[in-house]
Design a protein around this ligand. Structure first.
Ligand SMILES: [Zn+2]
Length: 146
């Protein structure tokens, strides 16, 4: 398989982590918009969204109208949904539910956990029914290669 990389700015990554911390022990959710170019997934924009799940400690769901609006806005910028972020109360690996949802939404899945005390975030792409971990590259800005 191709070796995919997720590129995200340090600033956006900090926002995701703060969102996870604020939502804890509930699950935090965010949608990542950007551009897929060959094997590089550039998550240029992070939209923190509300977890609408009634059982938000063990699941997450996003308001479909809210998601639709964000998708329309992304399209106007020439971007698309490239990633889905959530935090959950288990190791930073896809649960059975996550795997089902990964089949429905074949984008990069970022999963955050603070089971070990500190937040750990990993990124996955589903390929042939297997969640493959991909590299996350933290950049100073969207345009830089740093
Ligand atoms: Zn999960």
């Amino acid at each position: 398989m191709m070796h995919y990389e997720l590129h995200i700015t340090e600033q956006n990554f900090v926002r995701l982590q703060q969102h996870a911390e604020t939502s804890f022990p509930g699950e935090a959710v965010a949608l990542l918009f950007g551009i897929l170019s060959e094997n590089i997934v550039s998550a240029n924009r992070v939209e923190l969204v509300e977890n609408e799940s009634k059982t938000s400690q063990i699941a997450f769901s996003v308001n479909p109208e809210n998601e639709y609006q964000l998708l329309i806005e992304a399209e106007e910028r020439g971007e698309s949904l490239v990633g889905i972020y959530h935090s959950h109360p288990a190791p930073p690996e896809p649960s059975e539910t996550d795997l089902r949802n990964m089949r429905l939404n074949p984008v990069v899945w970022l999963i955050a956990s603070k089971l070990t005390g500190n937040w750990t975030t990993k990124a996955y792409i589903l390929k042939d029914e297997i969640a493959n971990e991909i590299l996350i590259k933290y950049r100073k800005s969207i345009d830089s290669n740093l």
